[in-house]
Write a new protein. Structure first.
Length: 279
């Protein structure tokens, strides 16, 4: 008898179940409210993997069923781990992903930005999950090219995984036209978004590789911009970097918004002003 033979194997969620949960929860992390629709971010580090978290942990008898799963970001899934006591769900799983009563207990009201997000992503369909996973694989490949630690897969793994998920997306009836018709493409004018959409119909590995290479370049530009901006110690330096970032056509709207929002906060924050005076 092998060491594992006496154990009951953990049954994971199937792709079909993950797609159902993703649609039900409007491509939104139930634990944080973050959009997990990758096209909202494009080729930048703000993209995060969608994950399915067990409401009742497997270690406590929970089953891998749609009713026992929630859509969460990879970060919050890891953070929660097997904590079955964490019942804070921003979305009501019995009301098609509308804000939950618990949400209002904690926050009082819903922001217009989150409201618009939930209404827009109500158009998500199960097939879209496969496209989203393809983009996640591509962004991980891009992140690996930025020499971040933690990626141990062989070269080509994430590219091949993305190709497989795009094939499944098409087999499920997904298409670029469908995404555009449902207004799921916020920034069609951006080069990185156009590249991601064009990959849906790519037929040759060579063409796919060229598009991925360009995506990596755009991703690296955005990663460097974010890192340099957040390393700035003075508001003056932040202003200069923000102006430089705004002129860079490779910067995605998501990164540009993050930089502008942070700069606005620092300029308005009296603690930042007093610190600048001391420097």
């Amino acid at each position: 008898m092998t060491p594992m033979s006496g154990r009951k194997q953990r049954k994971e969620f199937t792709s079909a179940q993950k797609a159902q949960i993703y649609r039900r929860d409007r491509a939104t992390c139930v634990l944080s409210g973050k959009s997990l629709w990758s096209l909202d971010y494009g080729a930048c580090p703000l993209v995060e993997w969608d994950w399915v978290d067990h409401i009742k942990p497997v270690s406590r008898g929970g089953k891998s069923e749609v009713e026992n799963g929630i859509c969460s970001s990879y970060t919050f899934n890891v953070k929660k781990r097997a904590n079955g006591a964490d019942k804070f769900h921003m979305l009501d799983l019995n009301r098609e992903g509308a804000p939950s009563q618990t949400f209002y207990y904690y926050f009082g009201s819903i922001s217009s930005e989150l409201k618009d997000q939930l209404i827009r992503l109500s158009k998500i369909e199960p097939a879209d999950w496969y496209f989203n996973r393809a983009v996640s694989h591509l962004m991980t490949a891009c992140d690996k090219s930025y020499t971040r630690p933690g990626h141990k897969r062989k070269p080509g793994y994430y590219r091949d995984s993305a190709l497989k998920k795009l094939e499944e997306f098409r087999s499920q009836g997904g298409s670029r036209k469908s995404l555009e018709n449902r207004n799921l493409v916020l920034h069609p004018e951006c080069e990185d978004v156009e590249l991601l959409l064009s990959m849906i119909e790519v037929q040759t590995l060579g063409s796919f590789g060229k598009k991925l290479s360009r995506l990596k370049s755009i991703y690296i530009e955005n990663a460097r911009a974010m890192d340099s901006f957040w390393e700035a110690e003075t508001i003056r330096d932040m202003r200069a970097l923000a102006a430089r970032i705004a002129r860079n056509k490779a910067i995605t709207p998501a990164v540009l918004k993050a930089v502008k929002t942070q700069l606005d906060f620092r300029e308005s924050d009296p603690r930042s002003k007093s610190r600048t005076a001391r420097i």
